[in-house]
Design a protein around this ligand. Sequence first.
Ligand SMILES: [Zn+2]
Length: 286
Amino acid sequence: MCNFKCWICNSLNVSKIKNGLDKNITPNDFNITDDRYGVTLPIYKCMDCKFEFCPESIDLNRMYEFMEDDSYVESSKSRLIQAKKIAKYSDKILKENTKLLDIGCGSGLLVKAFKDLNHDSYGLEPSKFLAKEGMLDDLKIYQGTLEDYDFSNEFSFISLIDVIEHVQNPKELLNQINEALDEKGYLLVITPRRDSFFRFLLGFKWWHYRIAHVGYFSKKNLFDMLEDSGFDIVDHKYPTWFLPLDYILNRILKYFPFIKYKFNFSKEISLPINLLDSCMVLAKKT
Ligand SMILES: [Zn+2]
């Protein structure tokens, strides 16, 4: 037993299940393309709802503010295909010229995809480096986090793509999103799912165990938290990702450290990949 409370169900039945880095952590440890799988902060588990999380104190906002990640910008081509898919899926439920916000927008790929579908598209990004990339592209990007702005009933749609696993206050973030959405506004969330086959197969070597991830949700954890925060689940699926071929191959090699080889294909070649280990949920403000 320890003194940490579960972020999902508030249970105190929480135990430490994995040691991790707890000193000399720098913003570079938080790079989106960090590939040291299995290297995490210390992980705790709620024995009631099985949620795994990293509650030890760390100034995450500062880490993201100063994160610079060139290889993320390099893999933009594939990420743009992904962004277009997400925008197209969301567009089905959106009215014309919807005012929307992508939280943790990186260099603004999804912001651009929504803009191209004629929506009034905004992004919010804590990293100064990535926010600037997006601004150079003439996109409407706010630098910072929701706490830095006073949005109330402002947006009809908010997306949170691979973000909620990076924050130490996920429920508070959902409450702020609820406030920023107008009546009957929609929220789209994507996050890795802990109850996946590959998590089961690889244990703590699963690729989503990374320093930057501080919350590990099952599909049920995510549903419960959304419903607790004033949202109804409208739809859910396991999204397909698009990644550069050499990125996929080099990441697979990470699991065979005795092979000293690096693939170097053109960054233009992208492959769809769906290992069913991400969960996408569309929810509506109740
Ligand atoms: Zn719990």
